[in-house]
Design a protein around this ligand. Structure first.
Ligand SMILES: *Cc1c(COP(=O)(O)O)cnc(C)c1O
Length: 359
């Protein structure tokens, strides 16, 4: 974003919250138990139940959850961790923080890691993989699991929703969540690891706290506070309603934009109505750069965004679909409180920007 620019009339994100979150945070403060208290524990119980898993451990962030999750799966210095070529840089950082190497694997047309690409990049040093439910579309965890490699399901964009092969967050060896403010479940900051594996949960529980252990650089401070846990707990109670509201908004985009996409040939809609979470609504441009269209939409007062930044070092393995995603994907405003008039304004702006795009 350019400095000093006025905020867009229709922002890219708007948080969903009410009295419940305000009261829960105030109650947590008033309780005098700000860390390691009952609210962290209550959230852990609720998260595990939601994912139909035995254990959940609250941590400080999504990156904490990824790092400690990889550690719990036995990832060590010199190992390789497969990550989607199109994904948040936090995944690569989690591997690097353990002295392991992130290996980018090509994604498919739903922008999720392609199980065949995992087989192609796997080596004898590969210890685990991370699959993201990208923008809320379920990763193919069943196929990924058949590779025999341990899988982490990154549920920052999609959690607690029934999909073809189970419930998001309950499909892999281990699932991770981020409670960063703008994620599906927001709390400001925070995260969690969800798993059926008692030993893995214990590793995360032990390593989130540097405790009084001898210093070795591996135990940092990855704890979740009770204030954040209280807010996340309220969001979890809203999850079903938030997912339903997002779905209604996304279906409206699908219907309203289908004719624009067809008439102009300027963009492709996100893939269909299969069970998914609509965390983001993204279009793929045919031949214009995402950066240009994001700028043009901003000039119309619309807070569009390029949702993922390319973290890959130059000269790596070719991943043309991921390259296309980085260059062509634009995320439009989508959240439970997006009003009809705001959504209409987004669609009008998109038509104005792309309406004459067929060249
Ligand atoms: C945001 C995000 C993370 C990192 O979470 P933080 O809480 O910001 O550390 C990891 N994975 C995905 C898919 C994310 O969107």
């Amino acid at each position: 974003m350019t400095g000093g620019a006025t905020p867009p009339a229709v922002p890219h994100n708007r948080l969903t919250f009410g009295e419940a979150e305000a009261r829960a945070a105030a109650d947590a403060v008033a309780s005098g138990q700000w860390a390691g208290g009952p609210r962290v524990q209550a959230l852990e119980v609720a998260l595990a139940r939601r994912a139909r898993r035995a254990h959940a451990v609250g941590v400080a962030s999504g990156l904490s959850a990824l790092r400690l999750g990889l550690k719990a799966l036995g990832v060590e210095r010199g190992d390789e961790v497969i990550v989607p070529a199109y994904a948040c840089v936090a995944l690569a950082n989690a591997a690097l923080a353990l002295g392991a190497s992130p290996i980018a694997a090509e994604v498919g047309e739903d922008w999720n890691v392609d199980p065949r690409a995992v087989t192609a990049v796997r080596t004898s040093r590969t210890r685990a993989m991370i699959a993201v439910n990208t923008f809320g579309a379920p990763a193919d965890v069943a196929s990924l699991g058949r590779t025999g490699l341990p899988v982490i399901e990154d549920c920052a964009h999609g959690f607690g929703h029934a999909v073809a092969d189970g419930v998001m967050g309950g499909r892999a060896d281990l699932a991770v969540l981020s409670f960063h403010a703008t994620k599906l479940i927001g709390a400001g900051e925070g995260g969690a690891v969800v798993t059926d594996r008692a030993e893995a949960a214990e590793v995360v529980r032990t390593w989130r706290d540097y405790g009084d252990e001898p210093p070795d650089g591996t135990r940092l401070n990855d704890k979740l506070s009770d204030v954040h846990a209280a807010i996340a707990g309220c969001q979890l109670e809203r999850l079903e309603a938030m997912i339903a509201a997002r779905q209604a908004r996304a279906q409206h985009y699908q219907a309203r934009l289908a004719t624009v996409a067809q008439r102009t040939g300027a963009f492709r809609l996100p893939a269909g109505p299969a069970p998914r979470v609509w965390y983001r609504y993204t279009i793929e441009l045919t031949d214009r750069d995402a950066a240009d269209v994001v700028d043009a939409l901003r000039r119309h007062g619309i807070g569009a965004a390029r949702p993922v930044t390319d973290w890959r070092p130059a000269g790596g393995r070719a991943c043309p679909t991921a390259d296309r995603a980085y260059a062509r994907v634009v995320s439009l405003p989508l959240y439970p409180t997006l009003r009809d008039d705001e959504q209409e304004r987004v669609c009008d702006a998109l038509e104005a920007v792309l309406g004459s795009a067929r060249r």
